[in-house]
Design a protein around this ligand. Structure first.
Ligand code: FPP
Length: 247
């Protein structure tokens, strides 16, 4: 079993939770059952991340593109997220989990944004796992919003274009203050990033698991962490063993 004392446990794991629909279809069930089971997998992932000693866990809960799904499915996903916050917030708070939300907060209707903000506010002093919920999130949208803010600063005479640095740009992203993900997991066998954390993923390791999200638990998480631990991360430099030979 992998635990926080095992070396090479990533500090930040981000997950593209995929395959709820296929999980349900293979069982002759409506997609909504797959999403409901997906929430159970979310609970397992959060608890396991804490056990492993992972510090940051980002979950891609709802993308800016997910609005184009049938209205009933959108309502279903929003309902599940709403219920998750309502039912689990007290327990997450007790478990010292700090919740953060990334994604576009403008033009969101209804009670979902106030609920997410309440979750952030209630847990903001907690010092355990940081659970980052990507909601109404798209990486291109995030980069566009950041660029707009930098342009406004230039227009206001607060910033010169030559002073824009990587740090400046990163400071305008929704993830400012959160370390980049070390490991990005996608379930269901699909192997793409789908507009998730494009900037932050620059040096992330990718692990694609064949299992569907509703089946995610210790076995699949352990597998991803084992694969991660076996990777040789060089961040554009040389690995220690190669450097020793060259040097
Ligand atoms: C992908 O399955 C999953 C989603 C689009 C949403 C993930 C949301 C949840 C697990 C529930 C709410 C989240 C939280 C944090 C409580 P899919 O529908 O794309 O599956 P398919 O590709 O097999 O059709």
């Amino acid at each position: 079993m992998i635990s926080g004392s095992t070396p090479n446990v990533p500090k930040h794991v981000a997950i593209i939770m995929d395959g709820n629909g296929r999980w349900a279809k293979e069982r002759g069930l409506p997609r909504t059952v797959g999403h409901t089971k997906g929430v159970e997998a979310v609970r397992r992932a959060v608890e396991l991340a804490g056990d492993y000693g992972i510090r940051y866990l980002t979950l891609f809960a709802f993308s800016s593109e997910n609005w184009s799904r049938p209205e009933a499915e959108v309502a279903d996903l929003l309902g599940l997220l709403r219920r998750f916050i309502r039912r689990d917030l007290a327990e997450l708070h007790k478990a010292n989990v700090r919740i953060k939300v990334i994604g576009d907060r403008e033009n969101l209707k209804g009670d979902i944004l106030p609920l997410l903000l309440e979750a952030e506010d209630t847990t903001r002093r907690n010092s355990g796992l940081t659970l980052i919920i990507a909601f109404n999130y798209g990486a291109r949208d995030e980069l566009t919003r950041a660029t707009r803010r930098l342009a406004a600063m230039i227009e206001a005479g607060e910033l010169a274009s030559r002073d824009i640095t990587e740090h400046q740009l990163a400071s305008q992203l929704d993830t400012f203050g959160i370390p980049d993900p070390d490991l990005i997991i996608r379930t269901s066998g699909e192997e793409r990033l789908s507009n998730f954390l494009l900037w932050q993923a620059a040096y992330a390791e990718f692990v694609f698991l064949s299992g569907y999200w509703p089946d995610f638990g210790r076995e699949m998480f352990d597998e991803a962490l084992r694969i991660f631990a076996g990777r040789n991360r060089r961040f554009g430099g040389l690995s220690e063993s190669t450097a020793a030979v060259v040097g």
